[in-house]
Design a protein around this ligand. Structure first.
Ligand code: KIV
Length: 299
């Protein structure tokens, strides 16, 4: 029986039920190959993060991606039919104007992208938008702390909640999100004690990234975990388990060496005619001979 057949598709209520239980395993994926790898490795949640902008599309920040782009990549992940819950990230400005626009954008990630939930960044001030999306029966994941879409407002990518008052505000935001009905909260770039307090005080799971070990789960970016992000800056909280970019350079260089030396392709990597067809073909005069003969006749 295939691994996939043994696992039940993960839903938002199943994620809530994991509170205080087995740690939740979440990773980003942006296309079919990364989604298949994440799912085969046993991800509970695949986040089609707007980190797509930096990690895959080469932008400096996450502000560049639109709903269309997020739908495009979410749909690629969904076509692999993972057992993991697919969470589609709502990009910057897709949930900042009206509730109608917010619901329409969240709906596109679900209807056109195949997501089973959406994620959006921010605390108390997002509650009206979260309520509208929940009213449309779309599960919402919150995201607090170092929220990359606020890069300009934060004055850069800085750990949040380091001072007691700021930490208290963040914890209050977490309560407000829980009260609004989100099914889980990503805590990014916060001191471990802040994440620990939020995790202990909330009855929904927290999923940490740069938030210490006391969260209900952990998330990292696929390209950071696997070392696929060639030459990218690696934050302190990342643990790299492979160096796939280096392995890929080695593989592609070996291919080029074999092209140069003529060692590629081998006979086994080549299509052949039957000996009979080959003999007939070789006995035929070449098309250029025909052309020369035609020209001579015309003269
Ligand atoms: O976009 C993303 O990858 C994220 C994670 C870092 C949580 O939001």
């Amino acid at each position: 029986m295939a691994e996939k057949d043994r696992r039940k598709p993960t839903t938002a209520p199943m994620v809530v039920a994991r509170k205080g239980g087995a740690k939740l395993k979440m990773i980003t994926a942006y296309d079919a190959p990364t989604a298949r790898i994440a799912d085969r490795a046993g991800a509970d949640i695949i986040l089609v993060g707007d980190s797509l902008a930096n990690v895959v599309l080469g932008y400096d920040d996450t502000l560049a991606v639109s709903v269309d782009v997020m739908v495009h990549h979410t749909a690629a992940v969904a076509r692999t039919d993972p057992t993991a819950l697919i969470v589609g990230d709502m990009p910057w400005l897709s949930y900042h104007s009206t509730q109608e626009a917010t619901v329409a954008n969240a709906g596109r990630l679900v209807r056109d992208g195949g997501a089973g939930a959406v994620k959006l960044e921010g605390g108390r001030k997002r509650v009206p938008m979260i309520s509208a999306v929940l009213d449309a029966e779309i599960p919402v994941m919150g995201h607090l702390g170092l929220t990359p879409q606020s890069v300009h407002a934060m004055g850069g990518y800085r750990v949040q909640g380091k001072e007691a008052q700021a930490a208290y505000e963040l914890i209050s935001d977490a309560h407000a999100l829980e009260d609004s009905g989100v099914f889980s909260i990503v805590l990014e770039g916060v001191p471990d004690v802040v994440a620990e307090i939020v995790t202990n005080e909330l009855s929904i799971p927290t999923i940490g990234i740069g938030a210490g070990v006391n969260c209900d789960g952990q998330v990292l970016v696929f390209h950071d975990v696997t070392g696929l992000g060639a030459g990218e800056y690696i934050p302190k909280f990342v643990r790299q388990y492979a160096h796939l970019a280096d392995d890929a350079v080695t593989a592609v260089s070996a291919f080029f060496d074999d092209v140069e030396s003529g060692a590629f392709p081998s006979d086994a990597e080549t299509y052949h005619m039957s000996p009979e067809s080959e003999e007939i073909l070789r006995n035929l005069s070449s098309p250029s001979d025909h052309f020369l003969a035609d020209e001579a006749m015309e003269r």
